[in-house]
Design a protein around this ligand. Structure first.
Ligand SMILES: Cc1ncc(COP(=O)(O)O)c(C=O)c1O
Length: 341
């Protein structure tokens, strides 16, 4: 365990992940298809180094995961922002914008940041268009275990008959982000190529850490932890939504999030026009609240259709008192937040 780790991942952990994905996410795969990485962006790096060519075009949800957008922009691929609506990514618009894009990066279970679930019709359209264009779909399934209404939905990958979906998971939400452990399930025809690139990068995660997580899963703690956290976070989300409604009244549009451990809330337009969410979030951070402005999750944050609001976590708020106190602090940050944009 003190030697260089296997760059593809610690074999028992790869086996446990494959079994877990089959049982929990409807993803059938062999342990050989599972590569362990140091986080979602490390996964993207491995995938792109293995399968992308310079200047490849990539559909990216708009709004979409802020940190992946920044990372991808730096890797030399060309991002094609594709609008998102209540059914998830708009595949038809994507096709009109760029029918030949080589990749589509999506968050089907819980769209980041708006929280919608990709509808079945859109899932089929996305898979169909990927097949026609020989496009790879990168499925970012970062927080699907936390679903509060009904059971977690199967992954998009579970419908992937043509093996076009590259499935990405992470331990950041189900355990904690400091672990720096994530994984990717690679289509069979790409396993050899990804394996070669993983070996040339030699960026494997510490074996001791992977072995501890493998034991945690094997001994049943992981399943119990998920069950416990699902119940706890489900209660906390109700507390937080209630506290925000009380503090903001009609100034904030808040929907009870069906899943995840963070959500986006939207500011109602004030008499002076749209709320400057960047200014509100900056004031909130000064007051000790870790919120992000919603508008910066768009490719063009100043476009007319951009929603103004905040993206915030709710999993660490202990009780109704704390939720109320924080919501009132946040409300005070709104007072000077309207600008005639
Ligand atoms: C949309 C999305 N994808 C993936 C991740 C996981 O990233 P990482 O594995 O680097 O912690 C996160 C974490 O916040 C996320 O919000």
């Amino acid at each position: 365990m003190l030697a260089y780790p296997d760059p593809a991942g610690y074999r028992p952990l790869r086996e446990h992940i494959a079994t877990y994905l089959g049982l929990s996410r409807g993803v059938t795969c062999l342990p050989e298809q599972v590569f362990v990485t140091g986080g979602y962006r490390a996964t993207l790096e491995l995938v792109l180094r293995s399968l992308a060519r310079p200047n490849d075009r990539v559909w990216f949800e708009d709004p979409g995961y802020l940190f992946a957008r920044g990372f991808l922009a730096e890797t030399g691929v060309q991002l094609v922002p594709v609008p998102v609506d209540g059914e998830g990514i708009d595949v038809e618009r994507g096709t009109l914008l760029d029918a030949e894009a080589r990749f589509a990066v999506v968050t089907p279970s819980h769209q980041s940041p708006l929280g919608h679930t990709l509808s079945l019709a859109r899932r089929m359209a996305l898979l169909d268009s990927a097949e026609k264009a020989s496009r790879w779909i990168i499925e970012d399934d970062y927080d699907s275990e936390f679903r509060y209404l009904g059971r977690p939905l199967p992954a998009l990958k579970s419908l992937d008959r043509r093996d076009r979906v590259i499935y990405c998971g992470t331990f950041s939400k189900v355990m904690f982000p400091g672990l720096r452990l994530a994984y990717v399930v690679v289509p069979e025809r790409a396993v050899e190529r990804v394996g070669r690139v993983a070996h040339s990068m030699n960026a494997g995660s510490p074996t001791l850490l992977q072995a501890a997580v493998a034991d945690f899963i094997e001994q049943g703690h992981f399943a119990r932890h998920l069950k416990r956290m699902r119940a706890l976070y489900g209660e906390r989300r109700v507390l937080v939504v209630h506290a925000l409604e009380q503090a903001f009244g009609e100034r904030l549009i808040v929907d009870l999030p069906p899943g995840g451990i963070q959500f986006a809330v939207q500011f109602a337009e004030g008499p002076d026009g749209p709320v400057d969410d960047v200014a509100v979030a900056a004031r909130a951070r000064e007051a000790g609240l870790a919120v992000l402005p919603l508008s910066i999750w768009y490719a063009n944050g100043r476009a007319r259709r951009t929603l103004r609001g905040l993206v915030m976590g709710f999993a660490n708020i202990a009780d109704a008192r704390e939720a109320g106190r924080l919501a009132r602090t946040l409300r005070a940050c709104l007072e000077y937040g309207t600008t005639p944009c």
